[in-house]
Design a protein around this ligand. Structure first.
Ligand SMILES: CCCCCCCCCCCCCCCC(=O)SCCNC(=O)CCNC(=O)[C@H](O)C(C)(C)COP(=O)(O)OP(=O)(O)OC[C@H]1O[C@@H](n2cnc3c(N)ncnc32)[C@H](O)[C@@H]1OP(=O)(O)O
Length: 213
């Protein structure tokens, strides 16, 4: 597992983000539209044909494997394929992670694509978002990996506007303990705690401002 250096300026990162974000947003909109559309079956077939043409265009030139986790010389993270924050990943909500005094936080909206129980967020999605946020809070001095995470679902998390936060509670050598929550307007819906480990092999990897993903 290697992090990839993208030898480009911060201005170029911003320019590329500006190019990909609208494309990814449109694909995300497509996913929501496919879930919720009620058009005729003929219209569906026509849509499928046109989407397949676009897919073929995009595949006419593409990288061999996944995007990878890239960073610039200034250590700005470009985890653009990431399942939670990826600028090029329409499956990511995406979370915009902000560093605050005691850790990280994020405000986001989850729509139809994240449904589990009726009208509510899939528990695995809550776990994924919390895993990322706790890991991000723990990664201030270098990348760390989830060792163990536990989620407690206090009540259903309704689809819609949500916020989440995470913070480190303790550090012992390469192990960082973190906690976090997801909340709706009425308060906390689920909480997590976990241990995140700076792997032996990554001790020398520079800290990257992952939240800029
Ligand atoms: C991160 C990459 C994506 C980046 C994306 C970009 C965005 C970046 C934002 C950052 C946010 C990331 C947030 C997402 C984070 C994931 O999703 S990471 C993916 C899920 N996790 C994994 O795949 C980890 C797989 N496991 C491993 O690679 C290795 O087992 C580990 C966890 C790195 C540990 O390996 P190691 O460095 O050889 O550790 P080792 O020396 O055996 O043990 C060190 C200590 O940790 C303890 N420990 C070891 N394993 C565990 C465990 N599973 N549970 C509890 N304790 C453990 C040991 O008991 C030991 O404790 P002490 O004896 O010192 O008290």
């Amino acid at each position: 597992m290697e992090f990839i250096l993208e030898d480009i300026s911060e201005a170029e990162v911003a320019r590329r983000r500006g190019v990909y974000t609208p494309l990814t947003d449109t694909v995300r909109d497509l996913v929501d539209a496919v879930i919720r559309t009620e058009v005729s079956e003929d219209a569906l077939d026509d849509a499928r044909r046109r989407i397949a043409e676009v897919v073929a265009d995009l595949r006419s030139k593409q990288m061999d494997g996944p995007y990878g986790v890239r960073h610039t010389r200034q250590n700005t993270g470009m985890a653009w394929g990431n399942a939670v924050i990826g600028v090029r990943n329409a499956l990511a909500p995406p979370l915009d992670v902000v560093h605050v005094d005691d850790g990280v936080r994020s405000d986001f909206t989850l729509g139809a694509a994240y449904e589990g129980p009726p009208g509510c967020v899939h528990g695995g999605v809550c776990a994924m978002l919390l895993d990322h946020l706790l890991g991000n809070a723990a990664s201030t001095e270098g990348p760390c990996y989830t060792g163990t995470i536990t989620i407690r679902y206090l009540r259903p998390t309704r689809l819609g506007a949500l916020s989440a936060r995470a913070w480190v509670t303790e550090r012992t050598g390469r192990k960082l303990y973190a906690k976090g929550t997801i909340s709706d307007a009425e308060g906390v819906t689920c909480e997590a705690e976990g241990v995140f480990i700076v792997p032996r092999s990554a001790v020398d990897t520079p800290a990257v401002r992952w939240s800029q993903g």
